[in-house]
Design a protein around this ligand. Structure first.
Ligand code: FE
Ligand code: FE
Ligand code: ZN
Length: 279
């Protein structure tokens, strides 16, 4: 299976690839720039070339880049809105240095405009920035429903996708903590939840998994991640997600509160569940 965690892009792409290998990972996530926003580092084509060779050699699964948290495609304030549009447009150009990967983002927070208007504005920006020639698939992340987050239900994500012309460039990243906090009981009704995802969005859109336990009960709308097996979802239910045949082949990304040693252990644990040895 493809499993990894978030790595820092600050030392470049090849450094991330090597760090992933050291942790026993074969995919990873990275913030395209400081998660709190700001300017992105210049990309060094030589570094990317070395990374792509490693990516091939190690037979990595698709990477899952993450947009900064400050990017809000449905922001009401004109300056936040302009900033956000600039970030996603620039990130999509940068993503083409590593062709064919995923770029995941939080759909946005409508901050009082209502989810209908939020959905409309998110789709509007996507229609402006997606290009037919791009090789990157853009993933909408399932959200916990904290505050005024858009994307707390499968229906909201479906509505965004329906309004985007180049919808073949879109997929969904299934965050286990967020889905659980959003009210989908993946502990007792995993098959039903995946069935519902399939009916509402279609499982072919489910391209990546953020693999996190949750500190809070189902439906809490809190979004606090826990280590695998130390939260309210628990090891047994997490194992069923990791080994579910309908999710096979997707990159699984840990976003758990851990240091490197903790990530190494969790990666080994998930591989063990999948019946694989950790390299
Ligand atoms: Fe996220
Ligand atoms: Fe996530
Ligand atoms: Zn989260």
């Amino acid at each position: 299976m493809y499993i990894g965690n978030h790595l820092s892009v600050s030392k470049g792409y090849e450094a991330m690839g090597k760090a992933a290998v050291r942790l026993g990972a074969n995919t990873f996530a990275f913030f395209t720039r400081n998660p709190r926003g700001g300017r992105a580092k210049e990309i060094d084509p030589k570094d990317v070339e070395a990374f792509l060779a490693l990516f091939e050699r190690e037979q990595f699964g698709t990477l899952v880049a993450h947009a900064p948290y400050t990017m809000n495609l449905c922001a009401a304030k004109p300056e936040v809105s302009a900033f956000s549009k600039g970030v996603i447009a620039d990130d999509l150009l940068r993503m083409e240095y590593t062709p064919g990967q995923y770029y995941n983002f939080h759909p946005g927070s409508h901050v009082g405009q209502g989810e209908k208007e939020g959905i409309r504005r998110i789709a509007e920006v996507l229609n402006e920035v997606l290009r037919p020639e791009q090789t990157t698939t853009v993933l909408l992340e399932t959200m916990a429903g904290k505050g005024s987050e858009v994307g707390r239900s499968f229906e909201e994500l479906r509505e965004i996708i329906d309004r985007v012309t180049l919808s073949e460039k879109l997929g969904v990243c299934f965050d286990t903590c967020h889905v659980w906090d959003g009210g989908y009981d993946i502990v007792n009704r995993l098959d039903e939840v995946l069935g519902e995802f399939d009916r509402v969005i279609g499982l072919s859109r489910l391209r990546a998994v953020h693999f996190n336990d949750s500190m809070n009960p189902c439906g809490s709308h809190k979004d606090r991640h826990a280590r695998i097996g130390e939260g309210c979802i628990g090891a047994e239910a997490m194992r069923r997600v990791a080994t579910h045949p309908l999710l096979a082949g997707r990159p699984f990304i840990l976003e758990t509160p851990n240091d490197d040693e903790g990530y190494r252990r969790e990666i080994a644990l998930v591989r063990e569940w999948a019946g694989e040895e950790t390299p």
